[in-house]
Design a protein around this ligand. Structure first.
Ligand code: FAD
Length: 319
């Protein structure tokens, strides 16, 4: 098994194909996920990201008429899925590790489990805001920002555990990815402030960056230029999504705070049916990929939502 940065170095300038998958909803079988992922193995992704989904809250009415706040997780299973894909497909899993919902001790336990399994990569994230709330709240003994999580992982890589620090303790050896937002994270007051916060994650020990999806390559190019001008020389992997429905024209900008170029919008609006919309989305993404490969990106990282069809329609044309 290898680190994401080692896979990139070994590729020697050739762009890699990589994917992000999401755990199935609670109660579904792992075999369904495996069946969905299997077709994408044809293109030999060296690593696969597996998202993490924190708890959500809702109010339940009790028989005595009172209400109780219940916490539930709709998509558990990230660690199990990572272990399963590592053994079945012999690829490196990249589990997403969150601040949200975790104390520092929970995080340490999770990292110890990942280390036992031989997983060498993690994506360190703050995590989405817990539903139905509208601001992020850390656990009392948890991290508020991804930079603090990166620091904890980096410390473990030096053999410094939360409550023990001795030269006799085993060091973990995680390669750490972090998220970045070419069009700004929605909570940041400005691109510059967001950029300073990204720099902090890298100063704490991040090894590579994966970007939020974008549909306008210019945003990625500007972001990479700014990173390089500011002495950030770690790999910057572009995140890509194939637009597949008309509804996404509205949903994606709201969910991910990104812009959809007018030409793409017009082409989708002109398309006659769902099949034609998918064709527009695939063609747009193919053109994005070709330009990004020419630019020399280390990998094309597809947000697949554990569905292979549109990703494969794009990837087969560019790899
Ligand atoms: P941070 O880097 O902590 O930044 C969050 C905000 O805080 C930003 O606005 C930043 O500018 C600001 N900030 C950072 N440091 C400071 C500071 N010291 N002081 C003040 N402000 C600060 N979510 C999930 O729940 N599960 C997943 O599996 C998942 N995977 C993702 C994968 C990728 C590639 C990306 C791009 C996002 C993913 N997300 C996931 C969503 C992500 O968790 C959210 O976008 C979240 O709101 C921010 O996460 P972050 O790690 O970028 O946070």
């Amino acid at each position: 098994m290898a680190k994401v940065t080692e896979h990139i170095a070994k590729a020697n300038g050739k762009t890699l194909f990589s994917i992000e998958i999401i755990p199935p909803a609670k109660g579904a079988r792992l075999s369904e996920l495996m069946d969905a992922v299997e077709p994408m193995m044809e293109l030999k992704p060296p690593f696969i990201d597996v998202t993490y989904h924190r708890e959500e809250y809702f109010k339940k009415k009790l028989s005595d008429g009172t209400e109780k706040v219940i916490s539930t997780r709709k998509r558990p299973g990230t660690v199990g899925i990572c272990s399963a894909i590592m053994h079945k497909f012999k690829v490196d899993p990249v589990p997403h590790v969150l601040c949200g919902g975790f104390t520092k001790d929970d995080t340490e336990d999770l990292l110890i489990d990942l280390n036992y399994l031989g997983i060498e990569n993690v994506m360190a994230l703050r995590g989405d805001i817990a539903k139905p709330y509208d601001t992020f709240k850390a656990k009392k003994e948890g991290h508020l920002f991804a930079s603090d999580l990166v620091k904890q992982i980096e410390k473990m890589n030096m053999g410094k555990y939360l409550h023990e620090d001795s030269e006799y303790l085993n060091k973990s050896n995680f390669c750490i990815g972090v998220a970045a937002y070419p069009e700004k994270h929605f909570e940041a007051d400005s691109l510059d402030i967001d950029f300073e916060n990204l720099k902090n994650k890298i100063d704490q020990g991040a090894d590579y960056i994966v970007t939020q999806m974008f549909f306008d390559n210019q945003k990625y190019f500007e972001f990479v230029k700014k990173c390089r001008e500011n002495n950030i020389h770690i790999p910057i992997i572009p995140g890509l999504k194939v637009l597949a429905t008309k509804k996404q024209l509205e949903i994606l900008p709201k969910l991910f705070y990104l812009g959809i170029p007018d030409d793409l919008k017009k082409a989708v609006e002109k398309a006659e049916d769902d099949k034609a919309i998918k064709e527009v989305g695939v063609e747009w993404c193919v053109q994005q990929c070709k330009e990004l490969m020419e630019f020399g990106v280390p990998a094309l990282h597809f947000y697949t939502m554990s569905k292979s069809k549109t990703t494969m329609a794009v990837a087969k044309q560019v790899f």
